[in-house]
Design a protein around this ligand. Structure first.
Ligand code: AMP
Length: 608
Protein backbone atom coordinates (compact mmCIF):
# COMPACT_ATOMS: atom_id res chain seq x y z
CA UNK A 1 0.00 0.00 0.00
CA UNK A 2 1.28 3.48 -0.80
CA UNK A 3 2.49 5.56 2.11
CA UNK A 4 0.42 8.68 2.58
CA UNK A 5 2.40 11.81 1.95
CA UNK A 6 1.28 15.31 2.66
CA UNK A 7 -0.13 16.93 -0.45
CA UNK A 8 2.16 19.58 -1.78
CA UNK A 9 -0.25 22.40 -1.16
CA UNK A 10 0.53 25.95 -2.17
CA UNK A 11 0.73 28.39 0.67
CA UNK A 12 -2.78 29.37 1.69
CA UNK A 13 -4.47 26.39 0.02
CA UNK A 14 -6.65 24.74 2.62
CA UNK A 15 -6.35 21.08 3.54
CA UNK A 16 -8.98 18.94 1.78
CA UNK A 17 -11.98 17.89 3.83
CA UNK A 18 -13.27 14.40 3.05
CA UNK A 19 -16.90 13.28 3.25
CA UNK A 20 -17.88 10.06 5.01
CA UNK A 21 -21.21 8.26 4.96
CA UNK A 22 -21.04 6.00 8.02
CA UNK A 23 -23.98 3.78 7.15
CA UNK A 24 -25.84 0.95 8.88
CA UNK A 25 -25.10 -1.52 6.08
CA UNK A 26 -22.41 0.19 3.99
CA UNK A 27 -19.99 3.05 4.53
CA UNK A 28 -18.24 5.24 1.95
CA UNK A 29 -15.64 7.96 1.74
CA UNK A 30 -15.49 10.66 -0.97
CA UNK A 31 -13.89 13.96 -1.76
CA UNK A 32 -13.93 16.72 -4.32
CA UNK A 33 -10.39 16.52 -5.70
CA UNK A 34 -8.38 19.76 -5.67
CA UNK A 35 -9.33 21.76 -8.73
CA UNK A 36 -12.33 19.53 -9.42
CA UNK A 37 -16.02 20.26 -9.18
CA UNK A 38 -17.66 16.90 -8.72
CA UNK A 39 -17.41 14.58 -5.76
CA UNK A 40 -15.61 11.27 -6.27
CA UNK A 41 -16.10 8.15 -4.13
CA UNK A 42 -12.95 6.19 -3.28
CA UNK A 43 -13.18 2.58 -4.39
CA UNK A 44 -11.42 -0.60 -3.28
CA UNK A 45 -9.21 -2.68 -5.56
CA UNK A 46 -12.32 -4.22 -7.15
CA UNK A 47 -13.77 -0.82 -7.98
CA UNK A 48 -16.38 -1.04 -5.19
CA UNK A 49 -17.08 2.20 -3.34
CA UNK A 50 -19.15 0.64 -0.58
CA UNK A 51 -17.44 -0.90 2.41
CA UNK A 52 -19.71 -3.28 4.31
CA UNK A 53 -20.16 -1.88 7.83
CA UNK A 54 -19.22 -5.21 9.42
CA UNK A 55 -16.36 -5.63 11.90
CA UNK A 56 -14.68 -8.67 13.38
CA UNK A 57 -13.80 -8.40 17.07
CA UNK A 58 -11.04 -10.48 18.64
CA UNK A 59 -9.74 -10.77 22.18
CA UNK A 60 -6.85 -8.56 21.12
CA UNK A 61 -8.59 -5.86 19.13
CA UNK A 62 -10.72 -5.27 16.06
CA UNK A 63 -9.88 -7.57 13.15
CA UNK A 64 -11.29 -7.81 9.65
CA UNK A 65 -13.60 -5.08 8.35
CA UNK A 66 -15.92 -5.25 5.34
CA UNK A 67 -16.43 -8.27 3.08
CA UNK A 68 -13.84 -10.32 4.92
CA UNK A 69 -15.72 -9.81 8.19
CA UNK A 70 -18.99 -10.69 6.39
CA UNK A 71 -17.43 -14.01 5.36
CA UNK A 72 -16.41 -14.73 8.96
CA UNK A 73 -19.84 -13.95 10.37
CA UNK A 74 -21.55 -17.37 9.91
CA UNK A 75 -18.70 -19.12 11.76
CA UNK A 76 -18.29 -16.50 14.49
CA UNK A 77 -21.62 -14.67 14.87
CA UNK A 78 -20.82 -13.77 18.49
CA UNK A 79 -17.83 -11.66 17.54
CA UNK A 80 -18.64 -10.23 14.13
CA UNK A 81 -20.70 -7.06 14.42
CA UNK A 82 -22.98 -5.67 11.74
CA UNK A 83 -25.32 -2.65 11.93
CA UNK A 84 -23.30 -1.15 14.80
CA UNK A 85 -24.84 2.21 13.89
CA UNK A 86 -28.03 1.08 15.62
CA UNK A 87 -26.08 0.87 18.90
CA UNK A 88 -24.36 4.27 18.80
CA UNK A 89 -25.04 6.43 21.85
CA UNK A 90 -27.34 3.78 23.36
CA UNK A 91 -27.61 2.19 26.77
CA UNK A 92 -28.16 -1.60 27.00
CA UNK A 93 -31.85 -1.06 27.81
CA UNK A 94 -32.29 1.15 24.71
CA UNK A 95 -31.30 -1.68 22.40
CA UNK A 96 -33.00 -4.62 24.05
CA UNK A 97 -35.37 -5.02 21.09
CA UNK A 98 -32.59 -4.86 18.51
CA UNK A 99 -30.40 -7.29 20.36
CA UNK A 100 -33.01 -9.74 21.63
CA UNK A 101 -32.10 -12.30 18.98
CA UNK A 102 -28.50 -11.20 18.54
CA UNK A 103 -25.71 -13.67 19.20
CA UNK A 104 -23.55 -10.81 20.53
CA UNK A 105 -22.83 -10.75 24.25
CA UNK A 106 -23.74 -7.35 25.71
CA UNK A 107 -22.85 -6.29 29.26
CA UNK A 108 -26.28 -5.58 30.70
CA UNK A 109 -25.26 -3.40 33.63
CA UNK A 110 -22.98 -0.91 31.83
CA UNK A 111 -24.08 2.68 31.19
CA UNK A 112 -23.34 2.36 27.47
CA UNK A 113 -23.54 -0.70 25.26
CA UNK A 114 -20.43 -2.88 25.59
CA UNK A 115 -19.93 -5.89 23.34
CA UNK A 116 -18.00 -8.61 25.12
CA UNK A 117 -15.47 -10.91 23.48
CA UNK A 118 -13.79 -12.97 26.18
CA UNK A 119 -12.19 -10.57 28.63
CA UNK A 120 -12.35 -7.65 26.25
CA UNK A 121 -15.27 -5.31 25.66
CA UNK A 122 -15.95 -2.89 22.80
CA UNK A 123 -18.16 0.18 22.71
CA UNK A 124 -20.06 0.95 19.48
CA UNK A 125 -17.82 3.98 18.74
CA UNK A 126 -14.77 1.70 18.93
CA UNK A 127 -16.36 -0.68 16.43
CA UNK A 128 -17.33 2.21 14.15
CA UNK A 129 -13.79 3.56 14.46
CA UNK A 130 -12.54 0.34 12.82
CA UNK A 131 -14.79 1.07 9.81
CA UNK A 132 -13.62 4.67 9.66
CA UNK A 133 -9.95 3.62 9.83
CA UNK A 134 -10.44 1.31 6.90
CA UNK A 135 -12.13 4.08 4.89
CA UNK A 136 -9.36 6.45 5.86
CA UNK A 137 -6.66 4.03 4.71
CA UNK A 138 -8.49 3.54 1.41
CA UNK A 139 -8.65 7.28 0.72
CA UNK A 140 -5.06 7.88 1.84
CA UNK A 141 -3.76 5.19 -0.47
CA UNK A 142 -5.67 6.53 -3.45
CA UNK A 143 -5.26 10.27 -2.87
CA UNK A 144 -1.65 9.91 -1.68
CA UNK A 145 -2.17 12.29 1.17
CA UNK A 146 -3.10 12.22 4.78
CA UNK A 147 -6.78 12.25 5.63
CA UNK A 148 -7.47 14.12 8.84
CA UNK A 149 -10.42 16.48 8.38
CA UNK A 150 -13.79 14.97 7.61
CA UNK A 151 -17.49 15.70 7.34
CA UNK A 152 -19.51 12.75 8.62
CA UNK A 153 -23.20 12.21 7.94
CA UNK A 154 -25.75 11.13 10.54
CA UNK A 155 -29.50 10.46 10.30
CA UNK A 156 -31.54 13.63 10.84
CA UNK A 157 -33.24 12.03 13.84
CA UNK A 158 -29.94 11.26 15.64
CA UNK A 159 -29.92 12.86 19.09
CA UNK A 160 -26.91 14.41 20.80
CA UNK A 161 -25.78 11.15 22.37
CA UNK A 162 -25.79 9.44 18.96
CA UNK A 163 -24.07 12.43 17.32
CA UNK A 164 -21.50 12.57 20.08
CA UNK A 165 -20.85 8.83 19.75
CA UNK A 166 -20.25 9.36 16.00
CA UNK A 167 -17.75 12.12 16.75
CA UNK A 168 -16.07 9.89 19.34
CA UNK A 169 -15.73 7.14 16.74
CA UNK A 170 -14.05 9.56 14.33
CA UNK A 171 -11.67 10.77 17.02
CA UNK A 172 -10.72 7.18 17.80
CA UNK A 173 -9.92 6.73 14.11
CA UNK A 174 -7.64 9.78 14.21
CA UNK A 175 -10.08 11.95 12.30
CA UNK A 176 -11.20 15.46 13.07
CA UNK A 177 -14.90 15.95 12.42
CA UNK A 178 -15.24 19.39 10.92
CA UNK A 179 -18.99 19.01 10.67
CA UNK A 180 -21.70 16.43 11.23
CA UNK A 181 -24.30 16.76 8.48
CA UNK A 182 -27.77 15.26 8.38
CA UNK A 183 -27.97 12.52 5.75
CA UNK A 184 -30.96 14.02 3.89
CA UNK A 185 -29.20 17.39 3.86
CA UNK A 186 -26.14 15.72 2.33
CA UNK A 187 -28.28 14.04 -0.35
CA UNK A 188 -29.86 17.40 -1.21
CA UNK A 189 -26.38 18.99 -1.36
CA UNK A 190 -25.17 16.34 -3.79
CA UNK A 191 -27.96 17.42 -6.15
CA UNK A 192 -26.98 21.06 -5.70
CA UNK A 193 -30.28 21.90 -4.01
CA UNK A 194 -28.52 24.32 -1.61
CA UNK A 195 -28.77 26.71 -4.56
CA UNK A 196 -32.58 26.87 -4.22
CA UNK A 197 -33.53 30.34 -3.05
CA UNK A 198 -36.51 29.07 -1.09
CA UNK A 199 -37.67 25.52 -1.62
CA UNK A 200 -38.98 22.38 0.00
CA UNK A 201 -37.26 19.08 -0.58
CA UNK A 202 -38.40 15.55 0.27
CA UNK A 203 -35.65 12.97 0.71
CA UNK A 204 -36.88 9.38 0.42
CA UNK A 205 -34.21 7.02 1.76
CA UNK A 206 -34.90 3.30 1.48
CA UNK A 207 -31.89 1.13 2.24
CA UNK A 208 -31.46 -2.52 3.16
CA UNK A 209 -32.78 -2.31 6.69
CA UNK A 210 -34.09 1.19 7.30
CA UNK A 211 -36.47 3.69 5.79
CA UNK A 212 -36.47 7.44 6.38
CA UNK A 213 -38.28 10.29 4.79
CA UNK A 214 -37.25 13.86 5.57
CA UNK A 215 -38.83 17.11 4.55
CA UNK A 216 -36.29 19.90 4.31
CA UNK A 217 -36.65 23.57 3.73
CA UNK A 218 -33.83 25.32 1.90
CA UNK A 219 -33.63 29.05 2.16
CA UNK A 220 -30.61 31.02 0.99
CA UNK A 221 -28.30 28.04 1.47
CA UNK A 222 -29.66 27.13 4.90
CA UNK A 223 -31.25 23.73 5.36
CA UNK A 224 -33.87 23.20 7.99
CA UNK A 225 -35.22 19.74 8.74
CA UNK A 226 -38.96 20.37 8.96
CA UNK A 227 -39.95 16.80 9.69
CA UNK A 228 -38.62 13.28 9.61
CA UNK A 229 -40.48 10.02 9.73
CA UNK A 230 -39.65 6.44 8.98
CA UNK A 231 -39.15 2.93 10.20
CA UNK A 232 -35.79 1.74 11.45
CA UNK A 233 -36.79 -1.83 10.64
CA UNK A 234 -38.08 -1.59 7.08
CA UNK A 235 -36.02 -1.93 3.93
CA UNK A 236 -34.84 -4.07 1.04
CA UNK A 237 -34.19 -7.02 3.37
CA UNK A 238 -37.94 -7.11 4.01
CA UNK A 239 -38.53 -7.14 0.25
CA UNK A 240 -36.27 -10.19 -0.02
CA UNK A 241 -38.02 -12.04 2.82
CA UNK A 242 -41.47 -11.19 1.45
CA UNK A 243 -40.42 -12.46 -1.98
CA UNK A 244 -38.98 -15.64 -0.47
CA UNK A 245 -42.21 -16.28 1.46
CA UNK A 246 -44.17 -15.70 -1.76
CA UNK A 247 -42.02 -18.08 -3.84
CA UNK A 248 -41.24 -20.79 -1.25
CA UNK A 249 -44.25 -23.05 -2.06
CA UNK A 250 -43.52 -23.03 -5.82
CA UNK A 251 -39.84 -23.77 -5.28
CA UNK A 252 -40.47 -26.50 -2.71
CA UNK A 253 -38.73 -24.66 0.14
CA UNK A 254 -39.98 -25.19 3.69
CA UNK A 255 -40.14 -21.71 5.31
CA UNK A 256 -39.45 -23.26 8.74
CA UNK A 257 -36.16 -24.74 7.50
CA UNK A 258 -33.91 -21.86 8.57
CA UNK A 259 -30.97 -22.70 6.32
CA UNK A 260 -33.02 -23.43 3.20
CA UNK A 261 -35.13 -20.34 3.69
CA UNK A 262 -32.03 -18.14 4.24
CA UNK A 263 -30.60 -19.48 0.98
CA UNK A 264 -33.86 -18.64 -0.80
CA UNK A 265 -33.81 -15.11 0.65
CA UNK A 266 -30.32 -14.61 -0.83
CA UNK A 267 -31.55 -15.92 -4.17
CA UNK A 268 -34.52 -13.57 -4.04
CA UNK A 269 -32.26 -10.61 -3.38
CA UNK A 270 -30.36 -11.43 -6.56
CA UNK A 271 -33.61 -11.81 -8.52
CA UNK A 272 -34.89 -8.49 -7.17
CA UNK A 273 -31.69 -6.74 -8.30
CA UNK A 274 -31.87 -8.41 -11.69
CA UNK A 275 -35.41 -7.13 -12.15
CA UNK A 276 -34.13 -3.55 -11.83
CA UNK A 277 -32.51 -4.07 -15.25
CA UNK A 278 -34.68 -6.66 -17.00
CA UNK A 279 -38.40 -7.42 -17.16
CA UNK A 280 -38.19 -11.07 -16.23
CA UNK A 281 -35.79 -13.45 -14.49
CA UNK A 282 -35.70 -17.08 -13.37
CA UNK A 283 -34.91 -18.58 -9.96
CA UNK A 284 -33.76 -22.15 -9.51
CA UNK A 285 -33.76 -24.24 -6.34
CA UNK A 286 -32.87 -27.93 -6.33
CA UNK A 287 -33.61 -28.26 -10.02
CA UNK A 288 -36.92 -26.44 -9.76
CA UNK A 289 -37.19 -23.26 -11.83
CA UNK A 290 -39.59 -20.38 -11.33
CA UNK A 291 -40.00 -17.38 -13.57
CA UNK A 292 -40.51 -14.02 -11.92
CA UNK A 293 -41.65 -10.85 -13.64
CA UNK A 294 -41.41 -7.20 -12.64
CA UNK A 295 -45.19 -7.11 -12.37
CA UNK A 296 -45.19 -10.00 -9.88
CA UNK A 297 -42.42 -8.38 -7.82
CA UNK A 298 -44.49 -5.22 -7.84
CA UNK A 299 -47.41 -7.12 -6.27
CA UNK A 300 -45.18 -8.44 -3.48
CA UNK A 301 -43.67 -5.01 -2.77
CA UNK A 302 -46.90 -3.00 -2.79
CA UNK A 303 -47.94 -3.65 0.86
CA UNK A 304 -44.43 -2.78 2.08
CA UNK A 305 -44.27 0.39 0.01
CA UNK A 306 -47.67 1.36 1.39
CA UNK A 307 -45.97 1.56 4.80
CA UNK A 308 -43.47 4.07 3.41
CA UNK A 309 -46.35 6.05 1.91
CA UNK A 310 -47.90 6.34 5.37
CA UNK A 311 -44.63 7.72 6.74
CA UNK A 312 -44.38 10.25 3.86
CA UNK A 313 -47.92 11.47 4.53
CA UNK A 314 -47.11 11.81 8.22
CA UNK A 315 -43.88 13.74 7.51
CA UNK A 316 -45.72 16.13 5.17
CA UNK A 317 -48.42 16.61 7.77
CA UNK A 318 -45.82 17.33 10.47
CA UNK A 319 -44.16 19.83 8.15
CA UNK A 320 -47.60 21.36 7.50
CA UNK A 321 -47.16 20.86 3.77
CA UNK A 322 -48.95 18.96 1.07
CA UNK A 323 -47.21 16.90 -1.60
CA UNK A 324 -47.73 19.67 -4.15
CA UNK A 325 -45.68 22.11 -2.00
CA UNK A 326 -42.57 19.97 -2.49
CA UNK A 327 -40.17 21.39 -5.10
CA UNK A 328 -37.85 18.40 -5.41
CA UNK A 329 -37.78 14.75 -4.35
CA UNK A 330 -34.45 12.98 -3.88
CA UNK A 331 -34.01 9.20 -3.85
CA UNK A 332 -31.41 7.66 -1.57
CA UNK A 333 -30.58 4.04 -0.72
CA UNK A 334 -30.03 0.89 -2.75
CA UNK A 335 -33.68 -0.14 -2.69
CA UNK A 336 -34.72 2.92 -4.71
CA UNK A 337 -33.00 1.23 -7.67
CA UNK A 338 -36.10 -0.92 -8.11
CA UNK A 339 -37.97 0.96 -10.87
CA UNK A 340 -41.30 0.32 -9.15
CA UNK A 341 -40.04 2.10 -5.99
CA UNK A 342 -39.11 5.17 -8.05
CA UNK A 343 -42.48 5.21 -9.84
CA UNK A 344 -44.29 4.68 -6.53
CA UNK A 345 -42.52 7.75 -5.07
CA UNK A 346 -43.27 9.74 -8.24
CA UNK A 347 -46.99 9.00 -7.82
CA UNK A 348 -46.85 9.80 -4.11
CA UNK A 349 -45.37 13.26 -4.57
CA UNK A 350 -46.76 13.99 -8.01
CA UNK A 351 -43.32 14.66 -9.48
CA UNK A 352 -40.42 12.70 -10.94
CA UNK A 353 -37.80 12.15 -8.26
CA UNK A 354 -34.14 13.04 -8.76
CA UNK A 355 -32.26 9.79 -9.23
CA UNK A 356 -29.40 10.56 -11.65
CA UNK A 357 -26.77 10.06 -8.97
CA UNK A 358 -25.95 6.64 -7.60
CA UNK A 359 -28.40 6.21 -4.67
CA UNK A 360 -25.75 4.33 -2.67
CA UNK A 361 -23.23 7.11 -3.06
CA UNK A 362 -25.32 10.25 -2.95
CA UNK A 363 -24.96 10.82 0.82
CA UNK A 364 -21.16 10.41 0.74
CA UNK A 365 -21.01 12.69 -2.29
CA UNK A 366 -23.04 15.32 -0.46
CA UNK A 367 -20.69 15.05 2.53
CA UNK A 368 -17.77 15.65 0.16
CA UNK A 369 -19.57 18.68 -1.33
CA UNK A 370 -20.07 20.01 2.18
CA UNK A 371 -16.37 19.38 2.88
CA UNK A 372 -15.42 21.40 -0.18
CA UNK A 373 -17.76 24.23 0.79
CA UNK A 374 -16.22 24.34 4.25
CA UNK A 375 -12.72 24.16 2.84
CA UNK A 376 -13.16 26.96 0.37
CA UNK A 377 -14.96 29.03 2.99
CA UNK A 378 -17.95 29.84 0.79
CA UNK A 379 -19.61 31.39 3.81
CA UNK A 380 -22.96 31.92 2.15
CA UNK A 381 -23.35 28.18 1.95
CA UNK A 382 -21.90 27.34 5.34
CA UNK A 383 -25.12 27.64 7.19
CA UNK A 384 -26.71 24.30 6.94
CA UNK A 385 -28.89 23.90 9.96
CA UNK A 386 -30.98 25.84 12.37
CA UNK A 387 -31.35 25.89 16.10
CA UNK A 388 -34.75 24.27 16.79
CA UNK A 389 -35.58 26.05 20.08
CA UNK A 390 -34.71 29.45 21.57
CA UNK A 391 -31.92 29.64 24.11
CA UNK A 392 -31.55 32.15 26.88
CA UNK A 393 -30.89 32.74 30.54
CA UNK A 394 -33.15 33.09 33.52
CA UNK A 395 -33.50 36.62 34.83
CA UNK A 396 -34.50 37.83 38.32
CA UNK A 397 -38.02 36.75 39.09
CA UNK A 398 -37.88 33.67 36.87
CA UNK A 399 -38.36 35.31 33.46
CA UNK A 400 -36.29 34.36 30.42
CA UNK A 401 -34.02 36.65 28.46
CA UNK A 402 -33.81 35.00 25.03
CA UNK A 403 -30.34 35.33 23.53
CA UNK A 404 -30.51 33.03 20.51
CA UNK A 405 -33.89 32.86 18.88
CA UNK A 406 -35.45 29.70 17.53
CA UNK A 407 -34.65 28.94 13.90
CA UNK A 408 -31.45 30.98 13.94
CA UNK A 409 -29.10 29.51 11.38
CA UNK A 410 -26.11 27.83 13.01
CA UNK A 411 -23.23 28.33 13.65
CA UNK A 412 -24.29 31.46 15.43
CA UNK A 413 -23.22 33.86 18.16
CA UNK A 414 -25.26 36.41 20.12
CA UNK A 415 -24.80 38.38 23.28
CA UNK A 416 -26.72 40.45 25.76
CA UNK A 417 -25.82 42.54 28.81
CA UNK A 418 -27.19 42.22 32.32
CA UNK A 419 -26.60 43.97 35.61
CA UNK A 420 -26.75 43.24 39.33
CA UNK A 421 -30.04 43.42 41.17
CA UNK A 422 -28.88 43.89 44.75
CA UNK A 423 -26.31 46.17 46.39
CA UNK A 424 -23.12 44.35 47.28
CA UNK A 425 -23.90 41.39 44.99
CA UNK A 426 -20.62 39.51 44.46
CA UNK A 427 -21.78 36.70 42.20
CA UNK A 428 -24.10 35.96 39.30
CA UNK A 429 -25.85 32.63 39.08
CA UNK A 430 -26.50 31.86 35.44
CA UNK A 431 -29.22 29.44 34.49
CA UNK A 432 -29.21 28.52 30.81
CA UNK A 433 -32.60 27.45 29.50
CA UNK A 434 -34.14 26.30 26.22
CA UNK A 435 -37.70 26.76 25.02
CA UNK A 436 -40.33 29.16 23.84
CA UNK A 437 -42.08 29.88 27.16
CA UNK A 438 -41.75 33.18 29.02
CA UNK A 439 -40.96 31.73 32.44
CA UNK A 440 -37.82 29.68 33.00
CA UNK A 441 -39.71 27.09 35.06
CA UNK A 442 -41.65 26.21 31.89
CA UNK A 443 -38.50 25.86 29.80
CA UNK A 444 -35.90 23.13 29.72
CA UNK A 445 -33.00 23.66 32.09
CA UNK A 446 -29.70 23.09 30.29
CA UNK A 447 -27.02 24.24 32.70
CA UNK A 448 -26.33 26.38 35.73
CA UNK A 449 -23.05 28.05 36.42
CA UNK A 450 -21.72 30.78 38.64
CA UNK A 451 -19.62 33.84 38.02
CA UNK A 452 -18.22 34.83 41.38
CA UNK A 453 -15.49 36.99 42.84
CA UNK A 454 -17.03 40.35 41.92
CA UNK A 455 -16.20 43.25 44.27
CA UNK A 456 -19.27 44.34 46.24
CA UNK A 457 -20.79 47.16 44.18
CA UNK A 458 -24.02 49.12 44.25
CA UNK A 459 -26.88 47.46 42.36
CA UNK A 460 -26.78 48.18 38.66
CA UNK A 461 -23.08 49.04 38.50
CA UNK A 462 -21.65 45.69 37.38
CA UNK A 463 -22.19 44.84 33.70
CA UNK A 464 -22.37 41.19 32.83
CA UNK A 465 -21.97 40.36 29.18
CA UNK A 466 -23.34 36.94 28.32
CA UNK A 467 -22.38 35.41 24.97
CA UNK A 468 -24.01 32.33 23.46
CA UNK A 469 -22.13 30.50 20.72
CA UNK A 470 -23.51 27.50 18.87
CA UNK A 471 -20.96 25.54 16.89
CA UNK A 472 -21.83 23.86 13.58
CA UNK A 473 -22.72 20.60 15.35
CA UNK A 474 -25.27 22.29 17.56
CA UNK A 475 -23.14 22.34 20.72
CA UNK A 476 -23.74 25.47 22.78
CA UNK A 477 -21.10 27.38 24.71
CA UNK A 478 -22.11 30.13 27.11
CA UNK A 479 -19.57 32.71 28.20
CA UNK A 480 -20.16 35.31 30.91
CA UNK A 481 -17.87 38.27 31.52
CA UNK A 482 -18.14 41.15 33.94
CA UNK A 483 -16.88 44.09 31.94
CA UNK A 484 -15.49 46.29 34.73
CA UNK A 485 -13.42 43.58 36.44
CA UNK A 486 -12.86 41.27 33.47
CA UNK A 487 -13.89 38.26 35.58
CA UNK A 488 -15.26 35.51 33.36
CA UNK A 489 -16.72 32.01 33.37
CA UNK A 490 -17.96 29.65 30.68
CA UNK A 491 -19.91 26.45 30.29
CA UNK A 492 -20.46 24.09 27.38
CA UNK A 493 -23.88 22.57 27.06
CA UNK A 494 -25.65 20.37 24.57
CA UNK A 495 -28.96 21.98 23.78
CA UNK A 496 -30.71 19.02 22.26
CA UNK A 497 -29.26 16.28 24.42
CA UNK A 498 -31.83 13.58 24.87
CA UNK A 499 -34.63 15.54 23.26
CA UNK A 500 -36.59 13.66 20.66
CA UNK A 501 -38.14 15.52 17.74
CA UNK A 502 -41.54 14.92 19.31
CA UNK A 503 -40.41 16.59 22.51
CA UNK A 504 -39.03 19.54 20.57
CA UNK A 505 -42.36 19.85 18.78
CA UNK A 506 -44.30 19.62 22.05
CA UNK A 507 -42.15 22.38 23.53
CA UNK A 508 -42.77 24.58 20.51
CA UNK A 509 -46.50 23.94 20.61
CA UNK A 510 -46.63 24.71 24.35
CA UNK A 511 -44.82 27.98 23.70
CA UNK A 512 -47.48 29.03 21.20
CA UNK A 513 -50.44 27.82 23.24
CA UNK A 514 -49.34 29.66 26.36
CA UNK A 515 -47.84 32.69 24.67
CA UNK A 516 -50.39 35.26 25.87
CA UNK A 517 -50.67 33.97 29.43
CA UNK A 518 -46.89 33.61 29.72
CA UNK A 519 -46.39 37.12 28.49
CA UNK A 520 -48.80 38.50 31.10
CA UNK A 521 -47.13 36.48 33.87
CA UNK A 522 -43.79 37.79 32.83
CA UNK A 523 -44.98 41.42 32.71
CA UNK A 524 -46.44 41.01 36.17
CA UNK A 525 -43.28 39.49 37.65
CA UNK A 526 -41.11 42.17 36.10
CA UNK A 527 -43.41 44.98 37.31
CA UNK A 528 -43.37 43.60 40.83
CA UNK A 529 -39.58 43.38 40.84
CA UNK A 530 -39.25 46.90 39.52
CA UNK A 531 -41.69 48.12 42.22
CA UNK A 532 -39.65 46.47 44.95
CA UNK A 533 -36.48 48.05 43.63
CA UNK A 534 -38.09 51.52 43.46
CA UNK A 535 -39.61 51.21 46.93
CA UNK A 536 -36.30 50.13 48.42
CA UNK A 537 -34.48 53.03 46.75
CA UNK A 538 -37.12 55.51 47.99
CA UNK A 539 -36.86 54.26 51.57
CA UNK A 540 -33.06 54.51 51.37
CA UNK A 541 -33.27 58.09 50.04
CA UNK A 542 -35.70 59.06 52.82
CA UNK A 543 -33.30 57.78 55.46
CA UNK A 544 -30.19 59.32 53.93
CA UNK A 545 -31.38 62.78 52.83
CA UNK A 546 -34.66 63.58 54.64
CA UNK A 547 -33.38 67.13 55.28
CA UNK A 548 -33.59 67.87 51.54
CA UNK A 549 -37.38 67.36 51.44
CA UNK A 550 -39.38 70.51 50.94
CA UNK A 551 -42.79 71.39 52.35
CA UNK A 552 -45.50 68.86 51.40
CA UNK A 553 -43.03 66.67 49.53
CA UNK A 554 -42.75 64.02 52.23
CA UNK A 555 -46.53 63.55 52.36
CA UNK A 556 -46.79 63.28 48.55
CA UNK A 557 -43.96 60.74 48.51
CA UNK A 558 -45.49 58.68 51.31
CA UNK A 559 -48.87 58.62 49.53
CA UNK A 560 -47.24 57.54 46.24
CA UNK A 561 -45.22 54.87 48.09
CA UNK A 562 -48.29 53.47 49.84
CA UNK A 563 -50.20 53.37 46.55
CA UNK A 564 -47.35 51.48 44.89
CA UNK A 565 -47.19 49.03 47.79
CA UNK A 566 -50.94 48.40 47.49
CA UNK A 567 -50.69 47.84 43.73
CA UNK A 568 -47.78 45.42 44.28
CA UNK A 569 -49.74 43.48 46.88
CA UNK A 570 -52.68 43.22 44.44
CA UNK A 571 -50.29 41.92 41.74
CA UNK A 572 -51.82 44.05 39.00
CA UNK A 573 -48.99 44.60 36.50
CA UNK A 574 -50.53 47.58 34.67
CA UNK A 575 -51.45 49.35 37.91
CA UNK A 576 -47.95 48.74 39.33
CA UNK A 577 -46.42 50.41 36.28
CA UNK A 578 -48.74 53.42 36.63
CA UNK A 579 -47.87 53.76 40.33
CA UNK A 580 -44.14 53.53 39.59
CA UNK A 581 -44.47 56.37 37.08
CA UNK A 582 -46.40 58.42 39.64
CA UNK A 583 -43.81 57.84 42.37
CA UNK A 584 -41.11 58.73 39.89
CA UNK A 585 -42.86 61.99 39.01
CA UNK A 586 -43.33 62.98 42.67
CA UNK A 587 -39.75 62.03 43.60
CA UNK A 588 -37.93 63.73 40.71
CA UNK A 589 -37.26 67.17 42.34
CA UNK A 590 -36.06 65.43 45.53
CA UNK A 591 -33.85 63.10 43.49
CA UNK A 592 -32.31 66.09 41.67
CA UNK A 593 -31.46 67.74 44.98
CA UNK A 594 -29.87 64.50 46.20
CA UNK A 595 -27.83 64.27 43.01
CA UNK A 596 -26.56 67.85 43.46
CA UNK A 597 -25.56 67.09 47.01
CA UNK A 598 -23.71 63.94 45.95
CA UNK A 599 -21.82 65.86 43.25
CA UNK A 600 -20.95 68.68 45.65
CA UNK A 601 -19.67 66.08 48.13
CA UNK A 602 -17.59 64.37 45.52
CA UNK A 603 -16.02 67.61 44.33
CA UNK A 604 -15.37 68.96 47.81
CA UNK A 605 -11.76 70.01 48.19
CA UNK A 606 -11.03 69.38 44.51
CA UNK A 607 -10.29 72.16 42.07
CA UNK A 608 -11.90 71.87 38.68
P1 AMP B 1 -28.34 0.29 1.20
O1 AMP B 1 -28.65 -0.07 2.64
O2 AMP B 1 -28.69 1.66 0.84
O3 AMP B 1 -26.96 -0.12 0.80
O4 AMP B 1 -29.31 -0.61 0.32
C1 AMP B 1 -29.20 -1.98 0.28
C2 AMP B 1 -30.47 -2.52 -0.34
O5 AMP B 1 -30.52 -2.12 -1.69
C3 AMP B 1 -30.48 -4.02 -0.32
O6 AMP B 1 -31.76 -4.47 0.11
C4 AMP B 1 -30.26 -4.38 -1.76
O7 AMP B 1 -30.89 -5.60 -2.09
C5 AMP B 1 -30.89 -3.23 -2.48
N1 AMP B 1 -30.37 -3.09 -3.83
C6 AMP B 1 -29.10 -2.91 -4.21
N2 AMP B 1 -29.00 -2.84 -5.54
C7 AMP B 1 -30.25 -2.98 -6.02
C8 AMP B 1 -30.80 -3.00 -7.33
N3 AMP B 1 -30.04 -2.87 -8.42
N4 AMP B 1 -32.13 -3.13 -7.45
C9 AMP B 1 -32.92 -3.26 -6.36
N5 AMP B 1 -32.45 -3.27 -5.10
C10 AMP B 1 -31.13 -3.13 -4.93
Amino acid sequence: MATPIPLDLDEGVAEPIFGIDLGTTNSLIAWVPPGGNDPVVFCDERGEGRLRSVVELTTLGTGAVGDEAVRLQPAAPDRVVSSVKRLMGMSPSDVQRDLAKSPLCIDADAAVVRIRVGEKTYTPPEVSAAILKKLRARAEAAAMLQVSKVVVTVPAYFNDAERQATKDAARMAGLQVVRLVNEPTAAALAYGLHRLVDGRVAVYDLGGGTFDVSILRVKDGVFEVLATCGDTHLGGDDFDRALATHLAPDLGVDPTDVRAFAALVTLCEGAKRALSAVDETTLEVNGKARRLSRAELQGVLTPLLALTAGACTQALEDAKLSASDVDAVVLVGGSTRTPFVASFVATLFGRTPLCDLNPDEVVAQGAAVQGQILMTGATDKLLLDVCPLSLGIETMGGGVARIIHRNSAIPTKAKDAFTTYADGQTAFLLHVVQGEREMSSDCRSLARFKLSGLPPLAAGLATLEVTFLIDPDGILRVEARELMTGIEAAVEVKPTYGLSDTEVEAMLAAGLAHAERDFQTRLQVEARLEAERVLQATRGAFEADADLLQAGEAEALITATLQLEAATAAGDGALIRDRILELDRVATPFAERRMNRAIAKALKGKRV
